[in-house]
Design a protein around this ligand. Structure first.
Ligand SMILES: *Cc1c(COP(=O)(O)O)cnc(C)c1O
Length: 373
């Protein structure tokens, strides 16, 4: 089955008791046992829930993984991955990973694990930053907010030669545009809050892997620490998956038009979009991805100018997050990346990031044109 078909059918057979065509929201915490120990694979909903299982089967299929574990948020999923390490292990982290990922490492886990940052745009830089105790390399591609591209097959080679796992945060690309496990990654991380849910109405996370041993450990950790999504949240993400392919097609098409418009605009000094031939990662993105995604970042003359523009749009809502059907605009230095404002990884305060939605692109261009002036 092709991607679009799997998104709608895998894990989503008609309900065996009623024939319901859509997976029900199994809003239950516990399951009745015929006699002690005789159950149908479900005992307690922290451990497993049928609505969550349906989501996990569908998303595993889309990521070409044998296992998927859904979490209450992307951060809960990330925390579980890191906990598979032993105290003192070293993690190599991309230098412009999601601000919350950096905060998790710097402000929560720094006492337990060691980590250093590296420019993941260069496989050689990654290779020379590996230490004997490196057990994990953590990569986002495209990155946030500069949309840099990492060579996943190249970095997987470096990781495996060092006996380390390659973890890829695939939130920005989604499995529709990029399947990291097929390029050698060991774990895929998602904030399902973004494109997978797709409608800005749910917070969730997921991990995908084809490593049985690791999946077992992650399931143990999730059950032991409890960061699970509820049945309704699982159902919302599952519903989002059904239209992922259609939405991503439109996000990509609209973002390409927006990036092109911005690149020609006199008020804009630089545009970061992997689909532009001028983007340093363009060729790699063209090989590694099936499209360039819906995120565009651009720089204007000053912080004041950036604040004026993000306040001035009407259709692009001013807000954090990304990946929903509606377009969003934000000022990373003061919003999504404010938690790292004092670090060497702070972003420029004249940078603007947009999540291009699936509205009519002509309306989006008119809105940006009016705000840029
Ligand atoms: C939002 C996001 C996260 C964190 O996910 P939550 O669902 O907000 O906890 C992690 N990585 C990336 C790339 C994100 O955009």
């Amino acid at each position: 089955m092709r991607f679009e078909t799997r998104a709608i059918h895998v894990g989503q057979d008609p309900d065996p008791t009623t024939g319901a065509a859509v997976v029900p929201i199994y809003q239950t915490s516990t399951y009745v046992q015929e006699e002690v120990g005789a159950h149908k694979g479900y005992e307690y909903s922290r451990t497993a829930n049928p609505t969550r299982t349906a989501l996990e089967l569908a998303l595993a299929s889309l990521e070409e993984a044998t296992h998927c574990l859904a979490f209450a948020s992307g951060m809960a999923a990330e925390d579980a991955v890191v906990r598979t390490l032993a105290p003192g292990d070293h993690v190599l982290l991309g230098d412009d990973v999601y601000g919350g990922t950096r905060r998790l490492f710097e402000k929560v886990l720094a006492g337990v694990y060691r980590f250093t940052s590296v420019d993941i745009g260069s496989v050689d830089a990654v290779a020379s930053a590996v230490r004997p105790e490196t057990r994990m390399i953590w990569v986002e591609t495209p990155t946030n907010p500069y949309l840099r591209i990492a060579d996943l097959a190249g970095i997987a080679g470096v990781a495996h030669a060092a006996g380390a796992l390659l973890v890829v945060d695939n939130t920005f690309a989604t499995p529709y545009l990029q399947r990291p496990l097929s390029l050698g990654a060991d774990v895929v991380v998602h904030s399902t809050t973004k494109y997978l849910g797709g409608h800005s109405d749910v917070v969730g996370g997921a991990l995908c892997t084809s490593d049985d041993h690791l999946a077992e450990r992650l399931a143990f950790l999730r059950n032991a620490t409890g960061g699970v999504p509820g049945p309704f949240d699982s159902w919302l993400v599952l519903r989002g998956l059904k239209t992922l392919a259609l939405r991503m097609e439109r996000h990509c098409a609209n973002a390409a038009v927006v990036a092109d418009f911005l690149a020609r605009h006199p008020t804009v000094s630089t545009v970061w979009y992997p689909g532009l031939p001028s983007h340093p990662g363009h060729d790699l993105a063209a090989r590694q991805m099936d499209g360039f995604g819906g995120m565009v970042s651009f720089e204007v003359a000053s912080c004041e100018e950036a604040l004026r523009v993000v306040k001035g749009t009407k259709l692009f809502f001013l807000g954090e997050s990304l990946g929903g059907v509606e377009s969003l605009i934000e000022h990373p230095a003061a919003m999504t990346h404010a938690s790292i404002a004092d670090s060497p990884f702070a972003v420029s305060d004249s940078l603007i990031r947009v999540s291009v939605g699936i509205e009519a692109v002509e309306d989006l261009i008119e809105d940006l044109a009016a705000a840029l002036g």
